[in-house]
Design a protein around this ligand. Structure first.
Ligand SMILES: [Zn+2]
Length: 259
């Protein structure tokens, strides 16, 4: 993920990213790395909204956005990248406008399509890291397998009405690095899974998890701190409680196992 950085920061960039530049953990080198980074956000919804806004604000130079949906009035209770005036617009285009308003120097690549096994390899090939903000198990398992095959780090979050989970998956690194299937082998049947669209959610809970995802994406891109790979972070909003559990790598995992 690290590349030679040759680009010099402009005067405006020195001001825009001043609070990053004074950090030893980021600095000029880290900021230049972020500006050259390419992150893919799958889903411009409740998780994707804070993800896109914070990654754009942080100066992640290229943001890919996949979403086939259009902005609906019921989305606005939690999907803060969209706006009332943009109801009916493709979510990827609405998100592009929001990103440009925060930071016009970010390149936005829109994919107004569903993520499928057929288009996954070619889309993933263009990015350094992937953030899963999807709301369905089909996409979640597809992303897990496709990111493993493409050897791309995957920062994934999932939501329930008052809680959420977060982890980073880098199973291609081997021992100590499980994949999503090591944690949950198979997807539950479709009709057993309530989605935000039907089950309801306290909107700000999506904001907490999407913001945590943005932090983990930035850490992975910068190579700082402790990666969440091998750990599941769980947030319980009603109890205002965080818990961490270790996720063991499953030697018999159908996706990343060696057995
Ligand atoms: Zn696995």
């Amino acid at each position: 993920m690290r590349r030679e950085t040759t680009a010099e920061l402009t005067e405006a960039q020195f001001h825009r990213y001043a609070r990053h530049l004074i950090l030893d953990e980021v600095g000029e080198e880290g900021q230049e790395r972020l500006l050259q980074s390419r992150a893919l956000v799958v889903g411009a919804g409740g998780l994707g909204s804070p993800l896109l806004l914070y990654l754009a604000a942080a100066g992640v130079g290229t943001l890919g956005i996949i979403d086939h949906d259009r902005v609906d009035l019921t989305n606005l209770q939690r999907q803060i990248v969209h706006a009332t005036a943009r109801i009916g617009m493709l979510k990827v285009e609405s998100a592009r406008e929001a990103v440009a308003a925060v930071n016009p120097e970010i390149r936005v690549e829109t994919h107004a399509a569903a993520f499928t096994a057929a288009n996954a390899p070619s889309i993933l090939a263009g990015y350094d890291i992937v953030a899963d903000g999807s709301d369905n198990f089909r996409t979640r398992y597809l992303l897990s397998d496709a990111c493993l095959a493409a050897r791309k780090p995957l920062v994934a979050a999932a939501l329930a009405p008052f809680d959420g989970q977060l982890s980073t998956f880098k199973p291609y690194l081997g021992a100590g690095h499980p994949c999503y299937r090591c944690l949950f082998r198979e997807a539950p049947p479709e009709d057993m899974v309530p989605r935000c669209s039907t089950a309801g959610i306290l909107g700000a809970v999506a904001g907490v998890l999407g913001t945590l995802q943005a932090v983990e994406v930035l850490k992975e891109l910068l190579g700082i701190g402790e990666s969440l790979s091998g750990t599941l972070l769980m947030y319980d909003a009603l109890r205002a409680d965080f818990q961490r559990i270790r996720i063991p790598k499953d030697p018999a995992c159908p996706s990343c196992g060696t057995g």
